[in-house]
Design a protein around this ligand. Sequence first.
Ligand code: MG
Length: 344
Amino acid sequence: MPSSRRTFLAGTAALVAGTALARDYGPGAQPTRYPDPDIVSLDPRFKKYALGNTPIHRLYHNPQMLWAEGPAWNGVGRYLLWSDIPNNIQRRWLEEDGHVSVFRNPANNSNGNTFDNQGRQIACEHGTRSVVRFEHDGSTTVLADRFDAKRFNSPNDVVVASDDSVWFTDPTYGIDSFDEGYPSESEIGGCHVYRIDASSGDAANGSVTAEITDMVRPNGLAFSIDERSLYVADTGASHVVDGPRHIRRYDVDLAAGAVTGGGELFATCPVGAFDGFRIDVDGRLWASGHLGVHCYHPDGTLLGTIRLGETCANVEFGGVDRRTLFMTATTSLYAVEVAVAGFR
Ligand code: MG
């Protein structure tokens, strides 16, 4: 019987009781002792990425925020926006003064966000079951809302390649219940990774192809730096007993506009399941999970963990030098400075 993602994640809580963070970030909290005890190095190679004199900050906390996901950094506006899926809004944190406000309301139960190569926001919307683009003139363009004349399930996360093609995942979390969208049957009958072609000069006119069709619930995704690999998380354990909770690596030929092979296991989440992740300029993966964030070497070795007291749904590099790692985690937005920049 399918269970909700939340139920699945809660089921793992007992496993982490010994390591879960009993940390007070609120007013009057005690100063942190350096190095931050919740930045855990598991491999000597992680040391160069963890700064000594920096704590994990909780930039924003709101008990009414139900599921924070889809962070995207805007380098021009110097803000981080993210989705609060069940509350059907997007929020924004301004670097200038730390101010947080509602950015879009309603937001069609948006999930993953990114900015394309022209600086336009792209969002995955559970509510409309589509991938949309917000134009510089304020209008909204639907990039894709169906495949083979069938509506998508609920696009979850999205990345834009250097050739402007748009790649996104389409699990069922937005049609499973009222939790994150509107209950409905899947029209497609599967959960795939899709590509929107942009060779015409605009992805809005591009054809949609299903590039990865052997996953249970594809979720977060990111290209390697050379764009010859596409990493995709599978959170299928939310629906299948002992199902996938890992990241796989696929071979990509961007010039051909296609996934050409691969699909080997890259890493399995230590506790719970990976959701979203990002790549740094050294090719490391920083992946969200139940414990917080896990950093992986491209060879699949777990280098270190940033422990949070809440389940982390996604991460994003930002700040003027892209060395701030933002973490959207249930009711909070966290950030920590690291010694490596995110890859754009
Ligand atoms: Mg996701």
